[in-house]
Design a protein around this ligand. Structure first.
Ligand SMILES: [Zn+2]
Length: 371
């Protein structure tokens, strides 16, 4: 039996008595007036219920006629209260912990990763010395040459034609010639172009051959690549990845692991793709500068169409010869995804179509300028 002192408050009246409650193991509850010992009420479990649990406040007992018994001890809890009551109470007294683990911490992480770190790392990139971009570019090209690239097999004449176009672009856009360099490479995975942080632009033999009869398309592609360099996209990507890794390392206490990741940051270029916003910025750079060469922005659409066609016919060819070499092609696609800048972007079809439409539309808008 439990005996607890409190106040008995009659239903609908301001009248209240100091009283004690006796709760028996059978669930029977007796309220007695303090002092005199007069029985005020005696009920079985179906005649009363426990009130709401609010941390710091006593849990009252409500009788079916509306009368209340309120214990004096704020922390007193009736032993017969069920588990639901206790869970509710735990949640209520730990609401801040619960809220922070379920909402605040994930929200904090999410906003750090999506807004704070990109913003901070993008801003920080502006202060990086050029030497960092240079060594990252050199490091990446070195790795690519060791792994995926072979020396070009283009004829001198083919190279000369592209070099001339390149020279016109560099002169017209007034780009520093010691920074922007064009590289020819043979690449097994088809027509592609990519930009490294130091201003090295690589064109594969296949893209040169593909666009031989449409030099304007190649200029549109080269301008897109230059756009990536001018906007420092590679550096922003690396800075962001590094900062995110560090945040998680600090949260989970793996600082040594973070150190290793930062040292290997340059290779991060090979593992992640530019964001959609970055691609759009590079597209925009191309559209805006094409008119300087008397070329319609529609040339960008032509370039994309050529690339889409070349890659889908390459896919069909490999499908036909694929047979049971699924593993190999899966492995290949992983490599292509991380490395092949254009294939990466082209692989998201709705967006490719959207980009083609945008370029065509820009071409039409500027039609009266006559290219
Ligand atoms: Zn791009």
């Amino acid at each position: 039996m439990i005996n607890i002192s409190g106040t008995y408050q009659l239903a609908g009246r301001s009248e209240a008595h100091p009283a004690s409650a006796m709760l028996y193991e059978t669930g029977q509850l007796v309220i007695q007036k303090s002092g005199s010992g007069t029985r005020l009420i005696e009920v079985w479990p179906d005649g009363y219920k426990y009130g709401i649990v609010i941390p710091g406040l006593p849990v009252d007992i409500e009788f079916s006629d509306g009368a209340l018994f309120i214990p004096h001890d704020n922390s007193f809890r009736w032993p017969a209260m069920d588990r639901n009551h206790r869970l509710a109470e735990w949640l209520e007294s730990h609401w801040l912990t619960v809220l922070s683990s379920v909402i605040i911490v994930p929200l904090f992480m999410w906003s750090m990763v999506n807004y704070v770190l990109p913003g901070a790392s993008h801003a920080a990139v502006a202060f990086l010395p050029d030497s960092i971009a240079e060594s990252m570019g050199e490091q990446t090209l070195y790795i690519l040459d060791k792994t995926y690239f072979d020396p070009t097999e283009l004829s001198d004449q083919q190279q000369q034609q592209v070099k001339q176009q390149w020279q016109i672009i560099v002169t017209k856009l007034d780009l520093p010639e010691d920074r922007f360099k064009l590289h020819f490479r043979k690449f097994d995975m088809g027509a592609n172009a990519m930009a490294l942080p130091d201003g090295s632009i690589i064109v594969t033999d296949d893209i040169v051959t593909l666009m031989e009869k449409d030099p304007n398309a190649l200029i549109a592609v080269l301008l897109h690549e230059i756009g990536h360099v001018e906007h420092k996209h590679s550096l922003k990507m690396i800075a962001q990845t590094t900062a995110t890794t560090m945040l998680f390392a600090m949260m989970f206490g793996d600082i040594e692991g973070a150190g290793e990741l930062i040292l290997g940051a340059g290779t991060g270029l090979l593992q992640s793709a530019f964001s959609r916003d970055m691609e759009r910025e590079a597209d925009e750079f191309s559209y805006q500068n094409l008119p300087k060469f008397n070329i319609s922005p529609a040339a960008f659409a032509d370039a994309m169409t050529l690339l889409v066609d070349s890659h889908s016919s390459a896919d069909e060819a490999s499908d036909q010869t694929a047979g049971n070499t699924t593993d190999v092609s899966a492995e290949n696609s992983e490599i292509t995804n991380s490395l092949n800048h254009w294939l990466q972007y082209l692989s998201s079809h709705p967006e490719t179509q959207e980009r083609i439409n945008t370029a065509r539309k820009k071409g039409e808008d500027d039609n009266d300028l006559l290219y």
